[in-house]
Structures are given as structure tokens and as C-alpha cells.
Design a protein around this ligand. Structure first.
Ligand code: GDP
Ligand code: ZN
Length: 280
């Protein structure tokens, strides 16, 4: 592990054996206390994490930027909802970027997610439109980007000043660019840090399996005003009578695609529990 003193000075560290015993190992993004003698350091303490992910193994994200596009390729809202639920389950704020506005306004996606209460930034990596506003939203934060392939993730990162393709940023840090299995943190001069990992572009099912069906409702921030108001305290918000979530859906307070994604993810979460049950 490379531990940073906060000024870019890196110390090669090993983790104390007790971390392994506690089935806990340092993650990229962790705040740690470490001791050092000479060039070798030892991680002594890991501060409590605000959030953490298994694959990619990172912690303490300030936000997850989900990239989408209204054109070529059109992003399926379900993909956004699934990844937003994973982030929501970990209390990571989601920022949506609707890219390629030079080709298509992306208005329907923008509408869905503004209605659901997410910050939405329409951008065009081609014209530069909206990129400054997106930059303001992530300035000084540690963020990860995800999105279906082709929506312009690399292009947007380059617009923001991260040289993802050329690896210039990495070279400045004196590190190689070819350790792609490893999570890398790319800092900008303004303190914005992007976590670049192959995992975040296809980061979904494995994390999804960790959300219990009972917890899924809390991973949808737009459901929050209605939770606890259903007739049955264990309401799944699918077809129950007296369900406040379904009433909000019928009244237009909740978007139909959001609820449809919830129902689909709920079914998936149920399957996984059953499957786990059958394990010896
Ligand atoms: P990634 O797979 O998400 O990293 O997508 P890339 O950044 O590699 O972009 C995929 C393709 O879309 C490339 O041909 C880009 O030039 C193009 N592209 C990316 N952003 C935009 C945009 O805002 N407008 C237009 N017209 N094309 C874009
Ligand atoms: Zn309900």
C-alpha cells in the first residue's frame, strides 16, 4: 500500500497482521495512521469509513458521477438506477452527467433524474458545454466515474483535465500507468481526485448482490418522503394496499421508471437471498 502524508509524499506500507485476522484490509481512499522506519511503513489504524466498495476496492468516495447519454448509445435508465442504488446503499451521493448534448438534448433523462432529486449536468465533451458546471460540482472531491461504454467517460475526464488516455497525470506522479488492476487516484491541482479503475465501468451485479431487499427502498433517495407511511410496516412497495410509495407513483410524485427499476432490483435481490439460503 502507498500511504500519502497528504502532500504527495508516498510511503510503502504493509498492513499489520491483525487486520487480516479481523478480515479487514486497507482500501484505496482509506484514512490511515501508519508508522515508518526508513522506507518501510506499517499501517496501524484505519479510520472508520464513510462508505466502501468491494470491486473496485475503494472507500470514502464523496460522490459517484454516473455518465449517461441521450444518443449513441442511449443510456437505459435502469442502468443508471442500478448503479445509483449501489451508491445510495453506501450513502454515496450520485451526480448524473448527461453527455453528448450536441447530438441529443438528453432531456428525457435530465427530466427523470431532476425529478428524482439528483443533481444533473448536461454536457458535451465535443463542444465543452456544461463541463465547467460539472467541474464545479466535483471540485475538491474524491469521485469515481461510471457509465455504459461509449457515453464519453474518457472524453469528459479529459475535458476536466485528467489525462486518462495518455497517462500524463500518472507520469507526473512518477508512477507507471500499466497497473490497471490496481485502483489509481488521479489528483488535479484543485484537489479534485478521480478514482480510475476498470471496475467502475462495469461495476454492478457483484455490488448489487450485497443489497438486502429490505434495504433497497433506502437506496432510492426519492422514496424517502413516503417511507414509513404505508399501511404495512413491512411493505415492499410493489402491489400492497395502502402503500404510500405506490400512491406517490400514481400521483406523479415518483417517476415511473424509478419505481420500475426498484421493482426489478427488488426481484433480483429476492432471488439472491433464496439462492444464498440454499447454500450449505
Ligand atoms: P467511454 O467509453 O465512455 O470512455 O467513451 P469515450 O470517451 O471513449 O467516447 C466514445 C465516443 O463518443 C468517442 O468517439 C468520442 O469521441 C465520442 N464522444 C464523447 N463525448 C462526446 C460528445 O459530447 N459529443 C459527441 N458528439 N461525441 C462524443
Ligand atoms: Zn409501501
Amino acid at each position: 500500500y502507498d500511504a500519502d502524508r497528504g502532500n504527495g509524499t508516498l510511503t510503502q506500507c504493509r498492513a499489520r497482521g491483525r487486520f487480516r485476522k479481523e478480515r479487514m484490509s486497507p482500501l484505496d481512499g482509506d484514512w490511515v495512521r501508519f508508522s515508518a522506519s526508513g522506507a518501510q511503513g506499517m499501517v496501524e489504524e484505519i479510520e472508520p469509513r464513510r462508505n466502501s466498495f468491494i470491486r473496485p476496492a475503494v472507500s470514502n468516495l464523496d460522490a459517484l458521477v454516473v455518465l449517461a447519454s441521450g444518443a449513441n448509445p442511449v443510456t437505459d435508465p435502469f442502468l443508471i438506477d442500478r448503479v445509483a442504488a449501489i451508491a445510495g446503499n453506501q450513502n454515496v451521493p450520485v451526480v448524473l452527467c448527461v453527455n453528448k448534448t450536441d447530438l441529443e438534448s438528453g432531456e428525457s433523462l435530465t427530466h427523470i433524474y431532476r425529478h428524482a432529486g439528483f443533481p444533473v449536468f448536461p454536457t458535451s465533451a465535443a463542444s465543452g458545454e456544461g463541463v465547467a458546471a460539472l467541474h464545479e460540482a466535483v471540485r475538491g472531491k474524491t469521485v469515481a466515474f461510471t457509465g455504459n461504454s461509449g457515453v464519453g467517460k474518457s472524453s469528459i475526464l479529459n475535458c476536466l483535465g485528467f489525462s486518462v488516455e495518455t497517462g500524463e497525470v500518472s507520469e507526473k506522479l512518477g508512477r507507471g500507468r500499466h497497473t490497471t488492476r490496481h485502483v489509481e487516484l488521479f489528483p488535479l491541482a484543485d484537489g479534485t481526485c478521480v478514482i480510475d479503475t476498470p471496475g467502475f465501468s462495469s461495476f454492478d451485479t457483484e455490488q448489487m448482490e450485497l443489497i438486502l431487499k429490505e434495504n433497497l427502498q433506502y437506496a432510492f433517495p426519492d422514496f424517502a418522503p413516503y417511507l414509513g407511511r404505508c399501511r404495512y410496516h413491512d411493505c415492499a412497495h410493489l402491489s400492497e394496499p395502502g402503500c404510500a410509495v405506490l400512491e406517490a407513483l400514481a400521483a406523479g410524485g415518483l417517476g415511473p421508471t424509478r419505481h420500475a427499476s426498484y421493482a426489478r432490483l427488488y426481484e433480483a435481490a429476492k432471488e439472491i437471498r433464496l439462492w444464498e439460503h440454499k447454500q450449505p
